[in-house]
Design a protein around this ligand. Structure first.
Ligand code: HEM
Length: 413
């Protein structure tokens, strides 16, 4: 097998190898480690030393702690893992512009502020009718061609792709381009050289759009951003970086929650029956699925800028610290029966959207999409079930965002 080279995205693979036949359970190694305490010093076979946080309270505190940086370049331990030429290209000022996911305050604050107004609960509620329409149209098509379908290309991927495209002002006809490029980018087996090519291609794609919106603004988020800060207008590079972050984060994550979430419900028939019997549980079920599945399964990277104390350990400035949101979401100190999927579990804090200043900007949008998506899916497809044995559903253990590559289903026509 080719080396899984794009490690920048998270935990070393040695720690995240999923157990065959357990599509929803975390890697055995992670489970083993987190049983021994909340913070771990880990040396993986290829020599990378990292700190790994698996406790909920420790993870939460860390993600809210301003002494920790999201900027990869502040961690010599992480940087030393990248060949120099790749490092210079991947982390060039052009590629870093506007990518506020990897910035710290106060630089991060400016970009985040320009966008938070667009992603309020109220604004997302206003989008509800359009999201319902998009969901309904896809289900109509799927039902007309049924009673079998692969839920990933027929529903889970196109719905959030179309929603984020419309919101941003990306032409949905270009979806094949951005979906394929994003998938390559997030695939852990994509060689670094090719990762760089995809980054360049996605930038070129978005630059064309930014140029078009400058010339002819429309009623969309990207056009709004062009004029968002008249005193210090955003540069093309900044606009491209922001828009690509939204485009990538906006469709890959929600798509995988929809598909993996459906798979999880189908494999927990008691929970599925509860939800079918009481659609008012949808919002609670969505929170529980987020917690239970934690699709950002490779963790969230941070670097302390000064020496810190972490769970009783001394951690040097510049160290490579990984927060396993997945294990934090399964912490028995925080949740009763953490390994059980319970769609009636009272809503409480989880780390599936992160925490602190980088907490997911799109979470309200994702919640609306998932609540409508699961509700309509179950309402319109009676008797929904897998069309293949569960063991044959291909899980995305080769991707930075966990999920399923396809989900063959059938239903009562
Ligand atoms: C940040 C998860 C949907 C846009 C994050 C982070 C997580 C996350 C864990 C924090 C990363 C960190 O702290 O380093 C998810 C999940 C989603 C989802 C599980 C779906 C179920 C979306 C959607 C959008 C979006 C739909 C866009 C509309 C973003 C952005 C950030 C972010 C822009 C960076 C925020 C910042 O750095 O201030 N997301 N996300 N996400 N997410 Fe999401």
């Amino acid at each position: 097998a080719p080396p899984r080279s794009f490690r920048l995205l998270g935990l070393p693979l040695e720690l995240t190898d999923r157990q065959a036949g357990c599509p929803f359970a975390p890697a055995a190694k992670l489970t083993e480690l987190s049983a021994t305490g909340p913070v771990h010093r880990v040396t993986v076979p290829d020599g990378e030393d990292i700190w790994l946080v698996t406790g909920h309270a420790e993870a939460r505190a860390l993600l809210a702690d301003p002494r920790y940086s999201s900027d990869l370049t502040r961690s010599p331990a992480a940087m030393s893992r990248l060949p120099e030429d790749v490092r210079d290209r991947l982390l060039s000022p052009k590629n870093r512009a506007g990518n506020f996911l990897s910035m710290d305050a106060p630089e991060h604050t400016r970009y985040r502020k320009l966008l938070t107004g667009q992603f309020t609960v109220r604004r997302m509620r206003q989008l509800e009718p359009r999201i319902t329409q998009i969901v309904t149209e896809h289900l109509d098509t799927l039902i007309a061609a049924g009673p079998t379908a692969d839920l990933v290309p027929a529903f889970a991927l196109p719905v959030p792709s179309l929603v984020i495209s419309e919101l941003l002002g990306v032409d949905y006809a270009d979806r094949a381009t951005f979906q394929q490029r994003t998938a390559k980018l997030l695939n852990l087996d994509t060689p670094l050289e090719e990762v760089l090519e995809q980054v360049d291609a996605l930038r070129a794609f978005m630059l064309e759009l930014v140029t078009a919106k400058r010339a002819a603004p429309a009623d969309d988020l990207l056009s709004g951003l062009v004029h968002a800060d008249p005193e210090h207008p955003l540069t093309d590079d900044e606009l491209v970086g922001m828009a690509n972050l939204l485009l990538i984060a906006g469709h890959e994550t929600t798509a995988n929650m929809l598909a993996l979430g459906t798979f999880a419900l189908l494999e927990h028939p008691g929970q599925l029956a509860l939800l079918r019997g009481n659609p008012a549980l949808a919002a609670t079920a969505v929170e529980e699925l987020l917690r239970f599945l934690t699709i950002i399964h490779l963790g969230i990277r941070r670097t302390p800028l000064v020496a810190v104390e972490l769970g009783g350990h001394h951690v040097e400035a510049g160290a490579n610290v990984m927060v396993s949101a997945q294990m934090a979401n399964l912490d028995p100190e925080q949740y009763g029966q953490p390994d059980a999927l319970d769609v009636t579990r009272p809503r409480g804090p989880h780390l599936a959207f992160g925490h602190g200043i980088h907490q997911c900007l799109g979470q309200q949008l994702a919640r609306v999409e998932m609540t409508i998506g699961f509700t309509e899916l179950l309402r319109r497809l009676p008797g929904l079930r897998l069309a293949v044995p569960a063991a044959d559903v291909p899980v995305r253990d080769d991707m930075a965002i966990y999920g399923v590559h396809s989900l063959p289903v059938t239903w009562d026509a």
